[in-house]
Design a protein around this ligand. Sequence first.
Ligand code: FAD
Length: 327
Amino acid sequence: MSAAPLSATRRIAVVGAGLAGLACARALHEAGVAVTLFDRHAEPGGRCATLRSPAGPFDHGLPWLAAGTERYAGQLRAWSDAGWLAPDPSAPGRWIAQPTMQSLPARLADGLLFAGSLEIAALERDGPHWLLRPHQAAPFGLDLSFDAVVVAMPAEQSVPLLGGDPALADAMRTVRSEPCWTVTAAWPVALPIRDDELHSPDDVLQRARRDDRRPGRPRLDGTRWVLHANAYWSANNLDVREPDVVKRLLDAFARAVGVRLARPSYAAAQLWRHAEVALPHTTPYGWNAELQLGACGDAWHAREGAQGAERAWLSGRSLGEHIAAGA
Ligand SMILES: Cc1cc2nc3c(=O)[nH]c(=O)nc-3n(C[C@H](O)[C@H](O)[C@H](O)COP(=O)(O)OP(=O)(O)OC[C@H]3O[C@@H](n4cnc5c(N)ncnc54)[C@H](O)[C@@H]3O)c2cc1C
């Protein structure tokens, strides 16, 4: 009897189900490798997220998808042809996932073995295998022993899991993510504001974006906005209480549009502690073939011209293809 192909016997864990982890897991799955995708949240997506609130859904993380490389442009076209993305009417070349931003990762996870609500605290060597140690009790029957592990998460969060390879951990120590305070707010009536988007209007706001007029979003009464503070203001106000962040960002928004804003019917603040990476590491991904340990995500350079979400996708995809090729 001939030996089973490597891909059929090899079990790989991908820790982190953002765009990078999904891209890596899909590439492995398409090559016939048994892959399990872990995330500390119940649903996949990471920063490609949608907040479900009493006032309706808000795309409060990654606002849209746009390509700076041919490879990713082709991927966006394929997702658009499948009906997963719609063109953003506010700007040519930008795409919005349908019916919410988080629908894209949910679709990408379709057919994959996804273990949600498990935060991996440590990776331990167990002979030739890796043993995943989650904070929570794993569901009965879920095997946590793997031949290889890919860590697909923000640089700062990945360091403790990459300790088995000091070079990989050190590479991630050089990368800094920038924070972003985000306010989601709804008003029961339309606001007298002409534009649906404002960019860098002052030293607090990075962007203000109307959320309820995006293609495919539910037409509820009133209006919903997402406000992103800039990285500098966010970094200098990390410990501010959420109600105070709501007030500061709404005041900045009112100043920017020159309108006295009515009290919103709903408002909440969320801190993305690792929102975007200004200066990624110089290589597309990290891989230690001897240890069978790798890392990918927006902390890695991927390709010239690629922004955060695109870097994450290309980094994960390239690493998945590399491992599937027998690395
Ligand atoms: C507010 C905001 C605005 C943005 N704007 C833009 C933009 O305009 N353009 C752009 O290109 N990009 C933008 N980005 C960045 C973009 O969203 C990210 O670059 C991209 O989504 C990163 O994907 P990722 O898979 O590398 O990481 P993530 O999406 O962060 O995925 C990592 C996953 O790992 C999981 N995880 C972490 N630790 C553990 C653990 N111990 N165990 C298990 N799971 C774990 C997390 O829950 C998460 O799901 C923005 C991000 C934010 C938050």
